[in-house]
Design a protein around this ligand. Structure first.
Ligand code: SAT
Ligand code: MN
Length: 587
Protein backbone atom coordinates (compact mmCIF):
# COMPACT_ATOMS: atom_id res chain seq x y z
CA UNK A 1 0.00 0.00 0.00
CA UNK A 2 1.16 3.51 -0.74
CA UNK A 3 1.96 6.16 1.87
CA UNK A 4 0.68 8.83 -0.51
CA UNK A 5 -2.08 10.67 1.33
CA UNK A 6 -3.76 11.91 -1.87
CA UNK A 7 -3.98 8.37 -3.23
CA UNK A 8 -5.32 7.00 0.04
CA UNK A 9 -7.90 9.74 0.30
CA UNK A 10 -9.13 9.09 -3.23
CA UNK A 11 -9.21 5.30 -2.74
CA UNK A 12 -11.20 5.74 0.50
CA UNK A 13 -13.66 7.93 -1.36
CA UNK A 14 -14.04 5.30 -4.10
CA UNK A 15 -14.51 2.59 -1.51
CA UNK A 16 -17.28 4.55 0.19
CA UNK A 17 -18.96 5.07 -3.16
CA UNK A 18 -18.61 1.62 -4.73
CA UNK A 19 -19.11 -0.33 -1.48
CA UNK A 20 -17.05 -3.42 -2.27
CA UNK A 21 -16.94 -6.34 0.18
CA UNK A 22 -13.19 -6.10 0.29
CA UNK A 23 -10.26 -4.23 -1.13
CA UNK A 24 -6.93 -5.52 -2.45
CA UNK A 25 -3.88 -3.41 -3.26
CA UNK A 26 -2.03 -4.80 -6.26
CA UNK A 27 1.77 -4.81 -6.22
CA UNK A 28 2.20 -7.06 -9.23
CA UNK A 29 4.12 -9.78 -7.35
CA UNK A 30 4.09 -13.23 -8.95
CA UNK A 31 2.42 -14.72 -5.88
CA UNK A 32 -0.37 -12.15 -5.92
CA UNK A 33 -1.04 -12.60 -9.63
CA UNK A 34 -1.07 -16.40 -9.16
CA UNK A 35 -3.76 -16.04 -6.51
CA UNK A 36 -5.83 -13.82 -8.79
CA UNK A 37 -5.51 -16.24 -11.70
CA UNK A 38 -6.62 -19.09 -9.46
CA UNK A 39 -9.68 -17.08 -8.45
CA UNK A 40 -10.46 -16.18 -12.05
CA UNK A 41 -10.18 -19.84 -13.04
CA UNK A 42 -12.48 -20.87 -10.22
CA UNK A 43 -15.21 -18.44 -11.21
CA UNK A 44 -14.88 -19.05 -14.96
CA UNK A 45 -13.55 -15.63 -15.88
CA UNK A 46 -10.46 -17.39 -17.19
CA UNK A 47 -10.28 -20.80 -18.84
CA UNK A 48 -7.16 -22.92 -18.37
CA UNK A 49 -5.27 -24.05 -21.47
CA UNK A 50 -2.84 -26.81 -22.37
CA UNK A 51 0.10 -26.14 -20.04
CA UNK A 52 2.63 -27.83 -22.36
CA UNK A 53 1.61 -26.15 -25.58
CA UNK A 54 0.55 -22.78 -24.15
CA UNK A 55 2.31 -22.33 -20.81
CA UNK A 56 0.95 -19.47 -18.73
CA UNK A 57 -1.82 -18.79 -21.25
CA UNK A 58 -5.52 -18.33 -20.51
CA UNK A 59 -8.72 -17.80 -22.45
CA UNK A 60 -11.34 -15.23 -21.53
CA UNK A 61 -14.78 -14.85 -23.11
CA UNK A 62 -16.30 -11.42 -22.85
CA UNK A 63 -19.95 -10.53 -22.79
CA UNK A 64 -21.28 -10.58 -26.34
CA UNK A 65 -22.16 -6.90 -26.23
CA UNK A 66 -18.70 -5.92 -25.07
CA UNK A 67 -16.17 -6.72 -27.80
CA UNK A 68 -14.80 -3.39 -29.03
CA UNK A 69 -14.28 0.24 -28.09
CA UNK A 70 -17.57 2.09 -27.67
CA UNK A 71 -16.78 5.42 -29.30
CA UNK A 72 -20.36 6.66 -29.01
CA UNK A 73 -20.18 6.12 -25.24
CA UNK A 74 -16.80 7.81 -24.87
CA UNK A 75 -16.78 11.41 -23.64
CA UNK A 76 -14.30 14.19 -23.09
CA UNK A 77 -15.59 16.23 -20.20
CA UNK A 78 -14.10 19.73 -20.19
CA UNK A 79 -15.56 22.91 -18.75
CA UNK A 80 -15.88 24.43 -22.22
CA UNK A 81 -17.32 22.40 -25.08
CA UNK A 82 -14.96 24.02 -27.59
CA UNK A 83 -11.98 22.56 -25.71
CA UNK A 84 -13.16 19.02 -26.52
CA UNK A 85 -13.72 19.99 -30.15
CA UNK A 86 -15.85 18.50 -32.92
CA UNK A 87 -13.66 15.36 -32.85
CA UNK A 88 -15.04 14.34 -29.44
CA UNK A 89 -18.34 13.68 -27.74
CA UNK A 90 -18.51 16.40 -25.12
CA UNK A 91 -20.33 16.64 -21.81
CA UNK A 92 -19.69 19.00 -18.93
CA UNK A 93 -17.73 17.49 -16.02
CA UNK A 94 -20.54 18.40 -13.64
CA UNK A 95 -23.17 16.60 -15.71
CA UNK A 96 -21.12 13.42 -16.04
CA UNK A 97 -19.97 13.31 -12.41
CA UNK A 98 -23.63 13.64 -11.44
CA UNK A 99 -24.77 11.05 -13.93
CA UNK A 100 -22.10 8.46 -13.13
CA UNK A 101 -21.95 8.81 -9.35
CA UNK A 102 -25.26 6.92 -8.85
CA UNK A 103 -24.05 4.24 -11.30
CA UNK A 104 -20.88 3.68 -9.26
CA UNK A 105 -22.83 3.84 -6.00
CA UNK A 106 -22.80 0.28 -4.67
CA UNK A 107 -21.55 -1.06 -8.03
CA UNK A 108 -18.97 -3.29 -6.28
CA UNK A 109 -21.27 -4.76 -3.64
CA UNK A 110 -20.46 -8.45 -3.19
CA UNK A 111 -17.19 -7.92 -5.07
CA UNK A 112 -13.57 -7.06 -4.46
CA UNK A 113 -12.19 -3.66 -5.29
CA UNK A 114 -8.68 -3.87 -6.70
CA UNK A 115 -6.38 -0.87 -6.52
CA UNK A 116 -3.71 -1.01 -9.20
CA UNK A 117 -0.86 1.54 -9.10
CA UNK A 118 0.79 1.47 -12.51
CA UNK A 119 3.48 3.25 -14.49
CA UNK A 120 3.36 4.15 -18.18
CA UNK A 121 6.89 4.02 -19.54
CA UNK A 122 10.03 2.50 -18.03
CA UNK A 123 9.93 3.17 -14.29
CA UNK A 124 13.24 5.10 -14.37
CA UNK A 125 12.30 7.13 -17.46
CA UNK A 126 11.87 10.90 -17.30
CA UNK A 127 8.98 10.33 -19.79
CA UNK A 128 7.15 8.02 -17.37
CA UNK A 129 3.78 8.87 -15.81
CA UNK A 130 1.90 7.21 -13.00
CA UNK A 131 -1.68 6.13 -12.70
CA UNK A 132 -3.88 4.25 -10.27
CA UNK A 133 -6.74 2.15 -11.59
CA UNK A 134 -9.52 1.06 -9.29
CA UNK A 135 -11.49 -1.84 -10.74
CA UNK A 136 -13.83 -4.67 -9.81
CA UNK A 137 -12.49 -6.93 -12.58
CA UNK A 138 -9.74 -9.51 -12.09
CA UNK A 139 -9.49 -9.71 -15.89
CA UNK A 140 -8.66 -5.99 -15.96
CA UNK A 141 -6.07 -6.39 -13.19
CA UNK A 142 -4.36 -9.28 -14.98
CA UNK A 143 -4.37 -7.38 -18.28
CA UNK A 144 -3.02 -4.23 -16.63
CA UNK A 145 -0.23 -6.31 -15.09
CA UNK A 146 0.84 -7.24 -18.63
CA UNK A 147 0.18 -3.95 -20.43
CA UNK A 148 1.70 -1.56 -17.88
CA UNK A 149 4.42 -1.64 -15.24
CA UNK A 150 2.87 -2.84 -11.99
CA UNK A 151 5.45 -3.45 -9.26
CA UNK A 152 6.67 -2.40 -5.80
CA UNK A 153 8.96 0.13 -7.56
CA UNK A 154 5.86 1.86 -8.90
CA UNK A 155 4.33 2.01 -5.42
CA UNK A 156 7.57 3.56 -4.16
CA UNK A 157 7.43 6.21 -6.91
CA UNK A 158 3.81 6.95 -6.10
CA UNK A 159 4.77 7.70 -2.49
CA UNK A 160 6.75 10.66 -3.76
CA UNK A 161 4.38 12.46 -6.13
CA UNK A 162 0.84 13.72 -6.43
CA UNK A 163 1.07 13.66 -10.21
CA UNK A 164 -0.95 10.57 -11.02
CA UNK A 165 -4.01 9.80 -13.12
CA UNK A 166 -7.06 8.59 -11.19
CA UNK A 167 -8.81 5.81 -13.10
CA UNK A 168 -12.08 4.52 -11.70
CA UNK A 169 -13.48 1.46 -13.44
CA UNK A 170 -16.36 -0.86 -12.67
CA UNK A 171 -17.61 -3.52 -15.01
CA UNK A 172 -20.79 -3.21 -12.89
CA UNK A 173 -23.42 -5.30 -14.75
CA UNK A 174 -22.11 -4.60 -18.29
CA UNK A 175 -25.36 -2.83 -19.13
CA UNK A 176 -24.74 -1.34 -22.56
CA UNK A 177 -27.30 1.41 -21.97
CA UNK A 178 -25.40 2.56 -18.91
CA UNK A 179 -21.94 2.23 -20.43
CA UNK A 180 -19.81 5.38 -20.20
CA UNK A 181 -16.14 6.03 -20.73
CA UNK A 182 -15.58 9.55 -19.43
CA UNK A 183 -12.37 11.54 -19.40
CA UNK A 184 -11.85 14.58 -17.21
CA UNK A 185 -8.57 16.01 -18.53
CA UNK A 186 -8.80 19.04 -16.23
CA UNK A 187 -8.89 16.67 -13.22
CA UNK A 188 -6.46 13.99 -14.45
CA UNK A 189 -9.33 11.53 -14.05
CA UNK A 190 -11.08 8.75 -15.98
CA UNK A 191 -14.39 7.11 -15.06
CA UNK A 192 -15.39 4.01 -16.98
CA UNK A 193 -18.41 1.85 -16.22
CA UNK A 194 -20.25 -1.14 -17.68
CA UNK A 195 -17.57 -2.42 -20.05
CA UNK A 196 -14.65 -4.81 -19.59
CA UNK A 197 -13.21 -4.38 -23.10
CA UNK A 198 -9.55 -3.37 -23.50
CA UNK A 199 -9.76 0.16 -24.81
CA UNK A 200 -12.75 0.92 -22.57
CA UNK A 201 -11.46 -0.71 -19.38
CA UNK A 202 -7.65 -0.98 -19.37
CA UNK A 203 -7.43 2.66 -18.42
CA UNK A 204 -3.67 2.93 -18.92
CA UNK A 205 -4.10 2.41 -22.64
CA UNK A 206 -6.21 4.65 -24.89
CA UNK A 207 -7.85 6.54 -21.99
CA UNK A 208 -4.64 7.60 -20.23
CA UNK A 209 -1.74 7.06 -22.62
CA UNK A 210 -3.58 8.85 -25.45
CA UNK A 211 -6.60 10.92 -24.38
CA UNK A 212 -5.36 12.26 -21.04
CA UNK A 213 -1.70 12.18 -22.08
CA UNK A 214 -2.35 14.10 -25.32
CA UNK A 215 -3.91 16.86 -23.21
CA UNK A 216 -0.96 16.82 -20.79
CA UNK A 217 1.46 16.76 -23.70
CA UNK A 218 -0.09 19.87 -25.19
CA UNK A 219 0.33 21.71 -21.85
CA UNK A 220 3.83 20.39 -21.24
CA UNK A 221 5.28 20.57 -24.76
CA UNK A 222 5.52 16.94 -25.82
CA UNK A 223 3.39 14.53 -27.87
CA UNK A 224 1.29 11.43 -27.14
CA UNK A 225 0.58 9.62 -30.39
CA UNK A 226 -1.18 6.51 -31.72
CA UNK A 227 2.05 5.20 -33.21
CA UNK A 228 4.17 2.10 -33.34
CA UNK A 229 7.94 2.50 -32.99
CA UNK A 230 10.43 0.32 -34.86
CA UNK A 231 14.16 0.24 -35.38
CA UNK A 232 15.41 -0.71 -38.84
CA UNK A 233 18.93 -2.08 -38.81
CA UNK A 234 20.86 -1.97 -42.08
CA UNK A 235 23.62 -4.38 -43.12
CA UNK A 236 26.22 -1.98 -41.65
CA UNK A 237 24.55 -2.44 -38.27
CA UNK A 238 23.15 1.10 -38.06
CA UNK A 239 19.67 1.33 -36.59
CA UNK A 240 17.24 4.09 -37.63
CA UNK A 241 13.96 4.50 -35.77
CA UNK A 242 10.61 5.39 -37.25
CA UNK A 243 7.16 5.97 -35.76
CA UNK A 244 4.03 5.08 -37.67
CA UNK A 245 0.41 6.02 -37.01
CA UNK A 246 -2.39 3.81 -38.30
CA UNK A 247 -5.99 3.46 -37.18
CA UNK A 248 -6.88 0.43 -35.05
CA UNK A 249 -6.74 -2.95 -36.80
CA UNK A 250 -4.79 -1.71 -39.85
CA UNK A 251 -1.76 -3.91 -39.31
CA UNK A 252 0.25 -1.90 -36.78
CA UNK A 253 1.27 -4.96 -34.78
CA UNK A 254 2.38 -6.72 -37.98
CA UNK A 255 4.46 -3.75 -39.06
CA UNK A 256 5.86 -3.40 -35.54
CA UNK A 257 7.18 -6.98 -35.72
CA UNK A 258 8.03 -7.00 -39.41
CA UNK A 259 10.10 -9.92 -40.72
CA UNK A 260 12.40 -8.82 -43.55
CA UNK A 261 11.86 -10.69 -46.84
CA UNK A 262 14.57 -13.22 -47.57
CA UNK A 263 16.62 -10.99 -49.84
CA UNK A 264 16.75 -8.35 -47.11
CA UNK A 265 17.42 -10.85 -44.33
CA UNK A 266 20.27 -12.33 -46.37
CA UNK A 267 21.83 -8.91 -46.73
CA UNK A 268 21.67 -8.44 -42.97
CA UNK A 269 18.59 -6.25 -42.45
CA UNK A 270 16.77 -6.56 -39.13
CA UNK A 271 13.70 -4.88 -37.70
CA UNK A 272 13.38 -4.26 -33.95
CA UNK A 273 10.09 -3.62 -32.20
CA UNK A 274 9.98 -0.82 -29.63
CA UNK A 275 6.20 -0.46 -29.55
CA UNK A 276 3.10 -1.47 -31.48
CA UNK A 277 0.44 1.08 -30.54
CA UNK A 278 1.42 4.19 -28.60
CA UNK A 279 4.42 6.53 -28.62
CA UNK A 280 5.27 9.38 -26.27
CA UNK A 281 7.63 11.81 -27.97
CA UNK A 282 9.83 14.55 -26.57
CA UNK A 283 12.50 16.84 -27.91
CA UNK A 284 15.80 15.65 -26.46
CA UNK A 285 18.78 17.68 -25.27
CA UNK A 286 20.29 17.17 -28.72
CA UNK A 287 17.24 18.86 -30.33
CA UNK A 288 16.01 15.67 -31.97
CA UNK A 289 12.66 13.96 -31.38
CA UNK A 290 12.88 10.95 -29.02
CA UNK A 291 10.19 8.32 -28.45
CA UNK A 292 9.31 5.82 -25.78
CA UNK A 293 6.61 3.18 -25.77
CA UNK A 294 4.61 3.82 -22.59
CA UNK A 295 3.21 0.28 -22.63
CA UNK A 296 4.74 -2.95 -21.39
CA UNK A 297 2.78 -5.41 -23.53
CA UNK A 298 0.82 -5.84 -26.74
CA UNK A 299 -2.97 -5.91 -27.00
CA UNK A 300 -3.22 -7.19 -30.56
CA UNK A 301 -5.88 -8.41 -32.95
CA UNK A 302 -5.72 -12.22 -33.09
CA UNK A 303 -7.47 -13.23 -36.36
CA UNK A 304 -5.08 -13.29 -39.28
CA UNK A 305 -2.05 -13.86 -37.03
CA UNK A 306 -0.15 -16.83 -38.43
CA UNK A 307 3.29 -18.18 -39.24
CA UNK A 308 3.37 -16.22 -42.47
CA UNK A 309 1.76 -12.88 -41.55
CA UNK A 310 3.44 -12.44 -38.19
CA UNK A 311 5.64 -15.29 -36.94
CA UNK A 312 7.08 -12.99 -34.26
CA UNK A 313 3.64 -12.33 -32.80
CA UNK A 314 2.84 -16.04 -32.95
CA UNK A 315 6.04 -16.78 -31.03
CA UNK A 316 5.28 -14.00 -28.53
CA UNK A 317 1.80 -15.30 -27.69
CA UNK A 318 2.81 -18.93 -27.08
CA UNK A 319 3.28 -18.21 -23.37
CA UNK A 320 2.09 -15.87 -20.59
CA UNK A 321 -0.77 -14.57 -22.74
CA UNK A 322 -4.42 -13.82 -22.11
CA UNK A 323 -6.59 -14.51 -25.15
CA UNK A 324 -10.01 -12.94 -25.41
CA UNK A 325 -12.81 -14.30 -27.63
CA UNK A 326 -11.02 -16.91 -29.75
CA UNK A 327 -11.97 -20.57 -30.39
CA UNK A 328 -11.25 -23.17 -27.71
CA UNK A 329 -10.29 -26.65 -28.94
CA UNK A 330 -11.83 -29.21 -26.60
CA UNK A 331 -9.58 -32.02 -27.84
CA UNK A 332 -6.35 -30.61 -26.48
CA UNK A 333 -7.23 -27.37 -24.67
CA UNK A 334 -5.53 -25.22 -27.30
CA UNK A 335 -6.84 -22.29 -29.32
CA UNK A 336 -7.76 -21.48 -32.88
CA UNK A 337 -8.80 -18.42 -34.84
CA UNK A 338 -9.66 -17.50 -38.42
CA UNK A 339 -6.47 -17.13 -40.40
CA UNK A 340 -4.30 -19.29 -38.09
CA UNK A 341 -4.18 -22.36 -40.33
CA UNK A 342 -6.43 -24.56 -42.42
CA UNK A 343 -7.17 -26.96 -39.54
CA UNK A 344 -9.97 -25.54 -37.44
CA UNK A 345 -11.00 -27.88 -34.63
CA UNK A 346 -14.08 -30.01 -35.07
CA UNK A 347 -14.68 -30.03 -31.34
CA UNK A 348 -14.45 -26.32 -30.82
CA UNK A 349 -16.17 -23.80 -28.58
CA UNK A 350 -16.64 -20.47 -30.32
CA UNK A 351 -16.12 -17.04 -28.79
CA UNK A 352 -19.74 -16.99 -27.67
CA UNK A 353 -19.26 -20.23 -25.70
CA UNK A 354 -21.23 -22.43 -28.10
CA UNK A 355 -20.17 -25.75 -29.62
CA UNK A 356 -18.47 -24.99 -32.91
CA UNK A 357 -17.26 -27.28 -35.65
CA UNK A 358 -14.66 -25.61 -37.82
CA UNK A 359 -15.27 -28.08 -40.66
CA UNK A 360 -19.00 -27.42 -40.97
CA UNK A 361 -19.81 -24.13 -39.28
CA UNK A 362 -20.55 -21.13 -41.47
CA UNK A 363 -20.14 -18.70 -38.57
CA UNK A 364 -16.83 -17.27 -37.45
CA UNK A 365 -15.39 -19.04 -34.43
CA UNK A 366 -13.29 -16.15 -33.15
CA UNK A 367 -14.60 -12.60 -32.93
CA UNK A 368 -13.01 -10.39 -35.64
CA UNK A 369 -11.76 -8.11 -32.83
CA UNK A 370 -10.58 -10.98 -30.59
CA UNK A 371 -7.37 -10.00 -28.85
CA UNK A 372 -4.18 -11.22 -27.23
CA UNK A 373 -2.62 -9.52 -24.23
CA UNK A 374 1.04 -10.48 -24.11
CA UNK A 375 4.24 -9.20 -22.48
CA UNK A 376 6.52 -7.17 -24.77
CA UNK A 377 9.48 -8.99 -23.25
CA UNK A 378 8.31 -12.21 -24.93
CA UNK A 379 8.71 -10.77 -28.40
CA UNK A 380 11.69 -12.33 -30.22
CA UNK A 381 12.47 -8.99 -31.90
CA UNK A 382 11.90 -6.69 -28.93
CA UNK A 383 14.35 -3.83 -29.28
CA UNK A 384 17.38 -3.75 -26.97
CA UNK A 385 16.28 -0.11 -26.44
CA UNK A 386 12.79 -1.06 -25.23
CA UNK A 387 13.60 -0.09 -21.63
CA UNK A 388 15.89 2.84 -22.54
CA UNK A 389 14.78 5.70 -20.24
CA UNK A 390 15.23 8.35 -22.94
CA UNK A 391 13.76 6.22 -25.70
CA UNK A 392 15.00 6.22 -29.28
CA UNK A 393 15.67 9.07 -31.75
CA UNK A 394 13.10 9.28 -34.54
CA UNK A 395 14.20 9.75 -38.18
CA UNK A 396 10.79 9.49 -39.85
CA UNK A 397 7.11 9.66 -39.01
CA UNK A 398 4.73 7.64 -41.15
CA UNK A 399 0.98 8.10 -41.40
CA UNK A 400 -1.15 5.42 -42.97
CA UNK A 401 -4.78 4.64 -43.54
CA UNK A 402 -6.79 1.87 -45.10
CA UNK A 403 -7.83 3.22 -48.49
CA UNK A 404 -8.99 1.10 -51.40
CA UNK A 405 -8.27 4.01 -53.77
CA UNK A 406 -6.90 7.57 -53.66
CA UNK A 407 -3.79 7.39 -51.44
CA UNK A 408 -0.71 6.00 -53.24
CA UNK A 409 1.57 3.34 -51.77
CA UNK A 410 3.81 6.03 -50.31
CA UNK A 411 4.49 9.74 -50.56
CA UNK A 412 6.58 12.22 -48.65
CA UNK A 413 5.62 15.62 -47.30
CA UNK A 414 7.71 18.61 -48.42
CA UNK A 415 8.65 19.50 -44.85
CA UNK A 416 7.40 18.96 -41.31
CA UNK A 417 4.61 21.55 -41.49
CA UNK A 418 3.36 20.08 -44.75
CA UNK A 419 3.58 16.71 -43.00
CA UNK A 420 1.17 18.02 -40.37
CA UNK A 421 -1.21 18.80 -43.24
CA UNK A 422 -0.68 15.30 -44.65
CA UNK A 423 -1.45 13.76 -41.25
CA UNK A 424 -4.49 15.97 -40.77
CA UNK A 425 -6.11 14.86 -44.06
CA UNK A 426 -5.73 11.16 -43.29
CA UNK A 427 -8.87 9.12 -43.71
CA UNK A 428 -9.44 5.43 -43.24
CA UNK A 429 -12.06 2.74 -43.56
CA UNK A 430 -13.48 1.62 -40.22
CA UNK A 431 -12.61 -1.84 -38.83
CA UNK A 432 -13.93 -4.25 -36.19
CA UNK A 433 -11.93 -2.45 -33.48
CA UNK A 434 -14.76 -0.01 -32.94
CA UNK A 435 -18.44 -0.85 -32.67
CA UNK A 436 -20.46 0.18 -35.72
CA UNK A 437 -20.27 -0.44 -39.45
CA UNK A 438 -17.03 -1.78 -40.92
CA UNK A 439 -15.53 -0.32 -44.11
CA UNK A 440 -16.89 3.22 -43.90
CA UNK A 441 -14.32 5.86 -44.87
CA UNK A 442 -14.02 8.57 -42.25
CA UNK A 443 -11.47 11.26 -41.47
CA UNK A 444 -8.93 10.05 -38.94
CA UNK A 445 -6.23 12.70 -38.63
CA UNK A 446 -2.94 11.18 -37.45
CA UNK A 447 -5.02 8.06 -36.54
CA UNK A 448 -5.90 10.10 -33.44
CA UNK A 449 -9.50 11.02 -34.17
CA UNK A 450 -10.87 8.62 -31.51
CA UNK A 451 -8.03 9.30 -29.08
CA UNK A 452 -7.23 13.01 -29.02
CA UNK A 453 -8.31 14.29 -25.61
CA UNK A 454 -8.93 17.85 -26.79
CA UNK A 455 -9.91 19.95 -29.79
CA UNK A 456 -8.00 18.63 -32.79
CA UNK A 457 -7.68 22.12 -34.21
CA UNK A 458 -5.47 22.89 -31.19
CA UNK A 459 -3.76 19.53 -31.65
CA UNK A 460 -2.76 20.49 -35.21
CA UNK A 461 -1.47 23.80 -33.88
CA UNK A 462 0.55 21.89 -31.28
CA UNK A 463 2.07 19.71 -34.01
CA UNK A 464 3.01 22.81 -36.01
CA UNK A 465 4.63 24.32 -32.90
CA UNK A 466 6.58 21.13 -32.25
CA UNK A 467 7.80 21.32 -35.85
CA UNK A 468 9.00 24.87 -35.31
CA UNK A 469 10.85 23.87 -32.17
CA UNK A 470 12.46 20.93 -33.93
CA UNK A 471 13.54 23.05 -36.89
CA UNK A 472 16.21 21.28 -38.93
CA UNK A 473 16.12 18.32 -36.54
CA UNK A 474 12.50 17.52 -37.44
CA UNK A 475 11.88 14.00 -38.72
CA UNK A 476 10.73 13.57 -42.32
CA UNK A 477 7.02 12.80 -42.68
CA UNK A 478 5.46 10.24 -45.01
CA UNK A 479 2.09 8.75 -45.84
CA UNK A 480 1.64 5.09 -46.80
CA UNK A 481 -1.29 2.99 -47.94
CA UNK A 482 -0.82 -0.79 -48.03
CA UNK A 483 -4.47 -1.32 -48.89
CA UNK A 484 -4.99 -0.17 -52.50
CA UNK A 485 -7.18 -2.63 -54.39
CA UNK A 486 -7.64 -3.42 -58.06
CA UNK A 487 -10.97 -3.48 -59.91
CA UNK A 488 -11.68 -6.95 -58.53
CA UNK A 489 -11.14 -5.79 -54.97
CA UNK A 490 -7.80 -7.60 -54.53
CA UNK A 491 -4.99 -5.90 -52.64
CA UNK A 492 -2.28 -4.87 -55.10
CA UNK A 493 0.62 -4.47 -52.72
CA UNK A 494 1.64 -7.72 -50.93
CA UNK A 495 2.14 -5.96 -47.59
CA UNK A 496 3.56 -7.59 -44.44
CA UNK A 497 7.35 -8.13 -44.65
CA UNK A 498 7.45 -6.64 -48.14
CA UNK A 499 6.62 -3.27 -46.57
CA UNK A 500 10.33 -3.09 -45.75
CA UNK A 501 10.86 -2.17 -49.41
CA UNK A 502 8.85 0.98 -48.80
CA UNK A 503 10.63 1.63 -45.50
CA UNK A 504 13.95 1.37 -47.31
CA UNK A 505 12.86 4.14 -49.70
CA UNK A 506 11.63 6.19 -46.76
CA UNK A 507 14.98 5.94 -44.97
CA UNK A 508 16.82 6.73 -48.18
CA UNK A 509 14.71 9.88 -48.43
CA UNK A 510 15.79 10.80 -44.90
CA UNK A 511 19.33 10.95 -46.26
CA UNK A 512 20.56 13.18 -49.09
CA UNK A 513 20.97 11.08 -52.16
CA UNK A 514 17.61 9.68 -53.24
CA UNK A 515 15.79 11.81 -55.83
CA UNK A 516 11.99 11.66 -56.10
CA UNK A 517 9.13 12.74 -58.35
CA UNK A 518 7.45 16.01 -57.46
CA UNK A 519 3.65 15.67 -57.58
CA UNK A 520 0.73 17.84 -56.45
CA UNK A 521 0.47 15.91 -53.16
CA UNK A 522 4.18 15.60 -52.31
CA UNK A 523 7.23 13.55 -53.28
CA UNK A 524 6.60 10.11 -54.76
CA UNK A 525 9.15 7.39 -55.47
CA UNK A 526 10.30 6.95 -59.01
CA UNK A 527 9.04 3.37 -59.60
CA UNK A 528 12.59 2.18 -60.30
CA UNK A 529 13.60 3.28 -56.79
CA UNK A 530 11.39 0.72 -55.07
CA UNK A 531 13.37 -2.49 -54.78
CA UNK A 532 11.37 -5.12 -56.70
CA UNK A 533 13.98 -7.87 -56.45
CA UNK A 534 12.27 -11.24 -55.84
CA UNK A 535 8.87 -9.61 -55.63
CA UNK A 536 5.84 -11.06 -57.36
CA UNK A 537 4.49 -7.75 -58.64
CA UNK A 538 4.64 -6.34 -62.14
CA UNK A 539 6.00 -2.88 -62.87
CA UNK A 540 2.55 -1.94 -64.23
CA UNK A 541 0.89 -2.80 -60.94
CA UNK A 542 3.55 -0.84 -59.06
CA UNK A 543 2.99 2.16 -61.34
CA UNK A 544 -0.73 1.86 -60.63
CA UNK A 545 -0.28 2.21 -56.86
CA UNK A 546 2.25 4.99 -57.34
CA UNK A 547 -0.18 7.00 -59.44
CA UNK A 548 -2.37 9.88 -58.42
CA UNK A 549 -5.88 10.05 -59.79
CA UNK A 550 -6.64 13.77 -60.00
CA UNK A 551 -10.42 13.26 -60.07
CA UNK A 552 -10.31 11.20 -56.89
CA UNK A 553 -8.03 13.74 -55.25
CA UNK A 554 -10.32 16.60 -56.21
CA UNK A 555 -13.20 14.77 -54.56
CA UNK A 556 -10.90 14.21 -51.58
CA UNK A 557 -10.20 17.93 -51.36
CA UNK A 558 -13.94 18.60 -51.26
CA UNK A 559 -14.46 16.25 -48.34
CA UNK A 560 -11.39 17.62 -46.50
CA UNK A 561 -12.87 21.11 -46.87
CA UNK A 562 -16.02 19.95 -45.19
CA UNK A 563 -14.02 18.25 -42.45
CA UNK A 564 -11.88 21.33 -41.89
CA UNK A 565 -15.00 23.48 -41.67
CA UNK A 566 -16.13 21.49 -38.64
CA UNK A 567 -13.20 23.08 -36.72
CA UNK A 568 -14.27 26.62 -37.61
CA UNK A 569 -11.86 29.49 -36.94
CA UNK A 570 -9.77 27.42 -34.50
CA UNK A 571 -8.14 25.50 -37.35
CA UNK A 572 -4.63 26.83 -38.01
CA UNK A 573 -4.65 29.06 -41.06
CA UNK A 574 -1.64 27.21 -42.41
CA UNK A 575 -3.79 24.11 -42.98
CA UNK A 576 -6.45 26.09 -44.87
CA UNK A 577 -3.72 27.53 -47.06
CA UNK A 578 -2.17 24.13 -47.72
CA UNK A 579 -5.57 22.81 -48.77
CA UNK A 580 -6.09 25.72 -51.19
CA UNK A 581 -2.60 25.17 -52.58
CA UNK A 582 -3.32 21.49 -53.08
CA UNK A 583 -6.57 22.33 -54.85
CA UNK A 584 -4.67 24.69 -57.16
CA UNK A 585 -1.99 22.14 -57.95
CA UNK A 586 -4.60 19.52 -58.83
CA UNK A 587 -6.15 21.78 -61.51
O1 SAT B 1 -8.90 0.28 -28.08
S1 SAT B 1 -7.99 -0.84 -27.90
O2 SAT B 1 -6.72 -0.31 -27.46
O3 SAT B 1 -8.54 -1.77 -26.96
C1 SAT B 1 -7.72 -1.62 -29.38
C2 SAT B 1 -7.61 -0.65 -30.46
O4 SAT B 1 -8.64 -0.20 -30.96
O5 SAT B 1 -6.48 -0.28 -30.85
MN1 MN C 1 -4.51 1.21 -31.28
Amino acid sequence: MTQNFKVKEWVNWAQDLCKPDKMVWIDGSAAQLDTLRAEALADGELIALNADKLPGCYLHRSAQNDVARSEDKTFICTTHEADAGPNNNWKSPKEMYEKLTPLFDGAMRGRTMYVVPFCMGPVDSPFAKLGVEITDSIYVVLNMAIMTRVSPDVVALLDKTDDFVKGLHAKADLDIDKRFICHFPEDNAIWSINSGYGGNALLGKKCFALRIASYQAKQEGWMAEHMLIIGIQNPAGEVKYVCAAFPSACGKTNLAMLIPPEIYANKGYKVWCVGDDIAWLRIGKDGRLWAINPENGFFGVVPGTNAKTNPNALETIRKDTIFTNVVYNEDDATLWWEGLDKNPPENGIDWKGNKWNGKTSTEKGAHPNSRFTTPAANCPVISPEFEAPHGVPISAIIFGGRRAKTAPLVYQARDFAHGVFVGSIMASETTAAQTGAVGVTRPDSMAMKPFCGYNMADYFAHWLEMGEKLGDNAPEIFNVNWFRTDDDGNFIWPGFGENLRVLEWILARCGDDMPAQVTPIGYLPRPADINMEDLDLTMDRLQEILSIDKDLWQAEVASIKEYYQSFGHRLPEYLHNELSNLEERLK
